[in-house]
Design a protein around this ligand. Sequence first.
Ligand code: PEP
Ligand code: MG
Length: 554
Amino acid sequence: MICGIGVSRGCAVGPVALVSPAAGVDLSEPPTTDALAAMQQVRDALQQVADGLRDRAARASASACGVLEADAMMALDPALLGSVEERLQAGAGVTAAVYGAVEQYSAMLESLGGYMAERVADLHDVRNRAIARLRGLPEPGLPELLEPSVLVAADLAPAETAMLDPAMCLALVTFQGGPTSHTAILASGLGIPAVVQVGVFEVASGTVLAVDGNTGQVIVDPTPAEQAEFLARQARRAAMLMDSDAPGATCDGHPVALLANVGAVAEAQAAALGSVEGVGLFRTEFLFLDQMDAPTLEEQTQAYTAVLAAFGARHVVIRTLDAGADKPLAFASLGPEPNPALGRRGLRMGQLREDLMDTQLQALAAAHRATGADVWVMAPMVGTVQETEWFVNRARSFGLPTVGVMIEIPAAALRARRLLEIADFASLGTNDLQQYTMAADRLHGELATLLDPWQPAVFDIIAAACEGAAATGKPIGVCGESGGDPGLALVLTGLGVTSLSMAVSKVPAVRTVLAAHTFGQCQTLAQLARSAAGPEQARAAVLAAAEPVLRDLL
Ligand code: PEP
Ligand code: MG
């Protein structure tokens, strides 16, 4: 049994499909003596890479198709092949020749800047695939799943996770990755059970794994009894859940709206059929993760209109683009930075790229006019009163009626009252609030304790934000991953949040625990969590004092 952090609920049992890491140059390869034969070997490898990319392009979405086709052309670029040939003639080994030629080509693209410089990542992908072929290793990246499988990877990029098919990917297990990484968030959006941070372990393709995305347990080669137990757990937990689509509330009637986090039009349409009271966070950047060019006004209007139409009278909170750091968008890149999480991301990027911000606000306003829906718009990564004023005035100038701010920076939490004297609502992005309160990169697997969402200091910061919001009487929700954890949902309710937004797959468990506690109990649990010495003590104190249903659901 291996233990990691369960980040997307549910159990699964199935054979492993490995996501291979990129292999570097073969340091033990012999120098080239027959350049002609070596060149043929490289040509064959690059041709196979191009064929594979074209094959995928034929089955990909329209936007991904363009990217893959362009990558295939890059693999067969005559200038690249010429540079490889020169290196082979000078005696370099095959993988070293490919590596060197790609480096030279990348430097040239980088010096051109802008769109061309952004192709470097694609070129590196082609290089990694070609080198793997030359070394007789599997190509890196997502394997083609031929049967329903458990994907095992060191980590996955958000763009790769977004491409997973829940019918074929039974579960996801990663060696690294944080609980609030966008890979984890996308997995729960797709309803794929996921465990991150299991640490490196050797496992062969095809080995059976049993995975529990609630507890973070993974069993390699489970016995038939263990397999049956994992699947029975799932059934037991399902039986505990309330069969209800009533609005979220404590058992004494304190309302806490239960909302959906979504990142794709189809996901939003599916969420609208479920028992949620609306959308608490639509991550618009997820629509464009694989896109090279900025989305057009028409493209965006169409997407937002479809989402708003699906939710009818229920309110939908749409967040403006949150590009940068762990969610790079090719078309919104402002160039490399030493500390991207502390750099020009979120609203900061929006202020520097007014063209992107205005097109998005215009599209949101058009979707609002077309549907008459209750649309709320908010900006990510707001830190100051001035940023709040800038965003609120701008969004209102486009005719958007309800404008809010995300509270993800401690400065904003401490000044929530001032921000909410300007904005209509606030939404706590606990994923980033955690990283900035604890000064710990949310993707850093080795900082798990600091990134534990039960850190009492984070509760103190949230409490300060809730007090500020209460003074203005304006709503303050949670849309970070904490909102979908049943124990944390009780604590957050006790701290004073007015709504909880999460992957739809997490809503029934949260509704069930809320309905088993009074608001007073939630306030007591919040007090216990805040006064604990650390995250483990906070979790234990809450578990001990909460109703038994909380333990049963874990
Ligand atoms: C958050 O930071 O909690 C949040 C909801 O935004 P994201 O995870 O997309 O950064
Ligand atoms: Mg955030």
